[in-house]
Design a protein around this ligand. Structure first.
Ligand SMILES: [Zn+2]
Length: 422
């Protein structure tokens, strides 16, 4: 029961009266029915839950920390509190499998709660900010205390991503003596409830010309603990096919839709046959937008050749949170612009991520009995300029904007509503 075990570590934050006020009387109504069947009713929204193939108007009733009922027209009188979601999109709490929330230790780290739970992301995976030497701090000062449900992939380098900043572009694997499978394995075995895999970054400024050796060491740790390996591709010394050849079913390639060099396309814009083979063999293609790792041009060419991402993650961090990434919802909006449906993007930010790593059961779905993690969005219509990591622009007509988040039955804020703390 990892969720319950972890919850005891989490600071419990009740919904304060200030949040209720700022949500507005029209959005959240408190009832005075002490014997109500449900604690919270999210009423009248369009529920998009690909795990159940639902995309229709439904009400979500929550008791305690679980989804009690998902059905049309649940009477308001049965709930103590009602969140009015009419005209909004209601999804399972999103799962962002690539973020950096080791604020203050990895230079690219940002605080988890304003960037995750306030933006519809109830569960986030810190992708390699910490290695064996720095992981205890990630656990103690982030995972155990923030409201966002944070998991981690452990960097194969003991120093994690503490070395790289804008002013010091020298990565954690330039000296491979820092890649220590034995220490990684020991750290993972002690923290299996929160570490879901191993991370390795192979770009030339990070791993030099020894990327395949670094990958081999990460592979060794991943195999020993039998957890997936997430590989950061792009700008590598070795060609991508050699890297893909070392991956196995269940591993994750992040930054899949980056531009050249080291991307998924050949010089004529066709998907590399080794990429097709890796996907056929069960390797997951993740987006990991990031500051330098998402190209509209690549994504357009890939989608035209019917290669879709398996998961859409943001790789939100210090150097892209004020653009071009902003948050996961903006990344999803870019894929709406690329022609994917709302159901397809929610599938890739909730349903598929839940199956990519060994999360506890009951995340990424609004099934009755599941953890009561719910995100409410506006799907705004208009003219929205989106920018990729190469400063290429596209103009879209729809934008998903976070309105409110519920995690384990508790209501949190949104981009415009502060998260309740303390
Ligand atoms: Zn990253």
């Amino acid at each position: 029961m990892p969720i319950r075990t972890r919850r005891t570590f989490l600071r419990r934050t009740a919904v304060g009266s200030s949040l209720v006020c700022s949500l507005g009387a029209d959005l959240l109504r408190a009832q005075t029915r002490p014997r109500a069947r449900y604690d919270l009713l999210i009423r009248g929204g369009r529920v998009v839950d690909p795990s159940q193939a639902i995309s229709a108007e439904r009400d979500v009733a929550i008791s305690g920390h679980t989804i009690a009922r998902l059905a049309p027209n649940i009477p308001e009188t049965e709930a103590r509190q009602v969140l009015d979601a009419r005209g909004r999109i209601v999804t399972p709490g999103l799962i962002d499998i690539h973020v950096h929330v080791y604020d203050g230790v990895a230079p690219l780290g940002i605080p988890a709660d304003p960037n995750c739970i306030a933006k519809g992301v109830t569960t986030a995976v810190d992708a390699g900010s910490a290695g064996a030497h720095t992981f205890p701090g990630l656990r103690k000062y982030v995972i155990n205390v923030v409201d966002t449900r944070v998991y981690a992939l452990l960097n194969i380098s003991v120093v994690g991503q503490s070395t790289v900043s804008l002013d010091n572009p020298h990565g954690e694997l330039l000296d491979l003596r820092y890649a220590n499978p034995k220490l990684a394995i020991r750290t993972i075995e002690r923290n299996r409830d929160v570490i879901l895999g191993v991370k390795v970054r192979l770009t030339r400024n990070i791993a030099g010309d020894r990327d395949l050796e670094a990958l081999k060491l990460a592979r060794e740790a991943s195999d020993a603990v039998q957890l997936p390996l997430m590989v950061h591709i792009g700008g590598t010394y070795s060609p991508l096919p050699l890297i893909l050849g070392m991956l196995k079913k269940g591993d994750v390639v992040t930054h899949s839709f980056r531009g050249a060099p080291g991307g998924i396309l050949d010089d004529r814009g066709r998907i590399l046959k080794e990429v097709r083979k890796a996907v056929a063999d069960g390797v997951h293609l993740d987006v990991g937008h990031g500051a330098g790792s998402f190209s509209f041009d690549t994504a357009e060419k890939a989608l035209a050749q019917e290669l879709l991402p398996g998961t859409i993650s943001s790789d939100v961090h210090q150097f892209n949170v004020n653009g071009p990434v902003f948050d996961l919802a903006t990344t999803l909006s870019k894929f709406l612009h690329l022609g994917m449906t709302l159901e397809q993007v929610v599938e890739r930010a909730a349903t598929n991520p839940a199956n990519t790593f060994g999360f506890p059961k009951g995340l990424g779905t609004l099934r009755e009995g599941a953890e009561a993690d719910v995100a409410v969005f506006s799907l705004n219509q208009g003219r929205f300029e989106f920018v990729d990591s190469l400063r290429q622009k596209r103009v879209g007509t729809q934008k998903l904007v976070p309105v409110a988040t519920v995690k384990a039955g508790k209501i949190y804020g949104s981009a415009s509503i502060p998260v309740v703390t303390g």
